[in-house]
Design a protein around this ligand. Structure first.
Ligand code: MLT
Length: 259
């Protein structure tokens, strides 16, 4: 039994998979219907196509996803994306607005890459295809995690390495190319008309909190939270605080939905 009307859709970052949301599923599974797709399981080449395919799954639940009664399958979802998952959330919002009750944008950005970042992605693709995906994924660990996570949470480093080892070179190519080609949402932020929680990691060097604060400022109904002791993977690194921030936001939404 899920007492809430809203579903939770969790969209993972790169080079990870849906296991990055384990701590969120653990905390919220009794309360919400939760979907956390693995991007590598879909056939797509652009972020927009990926968002459409995920939307199809959201709107046409497979029997295995429908617990007890298909009438209870949520029509509206809290769409939560981390980093690349945020890029997917933006497209999902643009193309499937009817299904979006709220957005949670964690460690992500609305802008696109400059030429040097695009060139870097092209070289990552080449290396992954010639030398294997681990050569380009594993060295990212010190950039993705806060120094304190690396020092004190060896199990998180192990979980992350496991996800990185599972990603194929072909997925690296597809994800990176799709990110090169992604749409710039910075001019759209002012038109976001759903409650939006923007969450940053205090030690995130990829999408710094200062940059995310600017993004939050441009979204009309936004709340901004910074998670301490966390880098780019805040929901994995400090799940307790991240989940509390999420829960406060979700409870506020429920009151609005029910009120
Ligand atoms: C991610 O964590 O998904 C990546 O940092 C996204 C990106 O490479 O832009």
């Amino acid at each position: 039994m899920h007492p809430t009307k809203l579903g939770l859709l969790f969209l993972h970052g790169y080079p990870l998979d849906s296991r990055m949301w384990d701590a969120q599923v653990e905390r919220f599974r009794g309360k919400y219907v939760i979907l956390r797709p693995n991007f590598a399981d879909f056939r797509w080449s652009t972020i927009a196509e990926l968002a459409d395919q995920i939307a199809w799954q959201v709107k046409n639940p497979a029997p295995a996803n429908v617990e007890a009664d298909s009438n209870r399958w949520p029509k509206r979802w809290i769409v939560c994306g981390l980093s690349m998952g945020g890029y997917v959330a933006f497209e999902f919002w643009k193309r499937h607005r009817d299904a979006v009750a709220a957005l949670v944008l964690s460690n992500t950005k609305a802008t696109v890459d400059d030429e040097s970042a695009k060139a870097n992605r092209r070289s990552v693709i080449e290396r992954a295809l010639s030398e294997g995906s681990e050569c380009v994924t594993l060295p990212m660990i010190p950039k993705l995690l806060a120094a304190s996570t690396i020092d004190r949470q060896s199990e998180k480093v192990a979980e992350l390495s496991q996800m990185m080892r599972a990603i194929s070179s072909e997925s690296v190519r597809r994800f990176q190319q799709a990110m090169i080609d992604r749409f710039d949402f910075s001019e759209e932020l002012a038109s976001f008309d759903v409650p939006t929680l923007v969450i940053a990691g205090a030690e995130d060097g990829i999408t710094p909190a200062s940059m995310m604060a600017v993004m939050a400022d441009r979204i009309p109904q936004s709340l901004f939270r910074v998670i301490s002791g966390a880098g780019h993977l805040a929901p994995m690194e400090n799940p307790m605080d991240w989940n509390d921030a999420f829960d406060d936001f979700a409870q506020m939404l429920e009151q609005t939905e029910n009120g």
